[in-house]
Design a protein around this ligand. Structure first.
Ligand code: TRP
Length: 331
């Protein structure tokens, strides 16, 4: 092992990877991967808190992992694997369940939102989801967890659980820090710019998948909801325009201020076309790599098999420590 710090992050294989995930997560993972030991998982155990169709899930898991690589994640220097391939995640989650309070989990806003949305299936997994996420992170003695702002509460809980466990048993877990990239300005829905762009939005015009073809991307931006005052400016109340400016700035890497200047005086139509073009160009190489990788099943297979193997080894070290502390007989 080297002395680099460890990063863990994951995306649930639900819906499809959007430019929100790309600009908010994957792009920053790619930037971080040289400076950290990175562990990027397709967190498939998490995804079944909502019913999934097995055939679609299997395909989506493969597609997500392939897209991680297509976005530029180097699967040879980092660990890229499916969460369900490393049983230690579920094992540690059980143990941490016994160190987490009902009250803490009941306060999680994502639980409250999801149980309102899926009132017919408020299963225990939905409730303990944040504990599994804590296990994901703590298993690898993670230093840094890049997440979107909506995961901040879950990350705080993971820290609290680690501190609590360490308080009883001594230093077992590294207490992780969150990393919320500032340029990961939340990318909002194109149709409802006051809510986050969701990868499972039933309205497909609300999001742009990173695999959408150029014409679909142009069409979705053309239909993006704006406002009626006709001014390209970044300010409160102009959610649609703010969102387009954020997307453009995240893609080009320039400040929002510069983007506002670049477009000042132009009409919304031209502005949307320019944003769409920037996104099309940004995604072109990603889509090309995706097409190449998708043909190379053996390579993908090797990445996730070796990724899981190495991850399982690292996880077993933490799990052994935990078992000893708890008083379990050595295996
Ligand atoms: N809960 C995260 C989300 O919905 C996904 C996730 C699961 C995750 N385990 C994780 C993110 C561990 C970071 C680290 O976005």
């Amino acid at each position: 092992m080297n002395d680099k710090k460890t990063i863990f992050s994951g995306i649930q294989p639900t819906g499809c990877i959007t430019i929100g995930n790309y600009l908010g997560a994957l792009k920053s993972w790619v930037q971080l991967q040289n400076d950290y030991n990175c562990i990027f998982s397709v967190v498939d155990l998490h995804s079944i808190t909502v019913r999934q169709d097995p055939i679609a899930l299997r395909k989506r898991c493969m597609d997500f992992l392939t897209q991680y690589l297509a976005c530029g994640i180097n699967g040879e220097d980092n660990l890229v694997y499916f969460q369900s391939h490393v049983p230690a995640h579920a094992e540690l989650a059980w143990i941490l369940n016994c160190f987490t309070y009902m009250g803490e989990l009941g306060r999680m806003t994502q639980f409250k939102d999801k149980s309102a949305k899926h009132a017919d299936n408020i299963n225990a997994g939905l409730f303990t989801y944040p504990v599994l996420m804590a296990a994901d992170i703590l298993l690898y003695q993670t230093d840094l967890v890049p997440v979107g702002i909506d995961q901040k509460q879950h990350l705080e809980l993971a820290r609290d659980i680690a501190i609590r466990f360490n308080g009883v048993f001594g230093d077992v877990f590294k207490v992780p820090e969150g990393y919320i990239p500032k340029e990961a300005a939340r990318i909002m829905s194109l149709q409802e710019p006051t809510s986050k762009m969701s990868k499972s939005d039933p309205n497909i015009n609300g999001f742009v998948s990173i695999l959408d073809d150029p014409d679909t991307i142009r069409r979705k931006f053309k239909r993006a909801v704006t406002d009626s005052d006709g001014e390209i400016a970044y300010r409160e109340g102009k959610d649609g325009i703010n969102n387009l400016l954020n997307i453009y700035s995240a893609v080009t890497g320039q400040s929002v201020e510069d983007s506002v200047n670049e477009f000042s005086g132009l009409g919304y139509g031209t502005f949307k076309e320019r944003v769409a073009e920037a996104v099309v160009e940004e995604l072109r190489p990603v889509q090309q790599r995706y097409a190449d990788l998708a043909k190379n099943k053996d390579y993908i297979n090797k990445i996730y098999t070796e990724g899981a193997k190495h991850a399982a080894y690292l996880a077993s070290k933490t799990l052994r420590k935990v078992h000893r502390k708890l008083g379990y007989v050595d295996r």
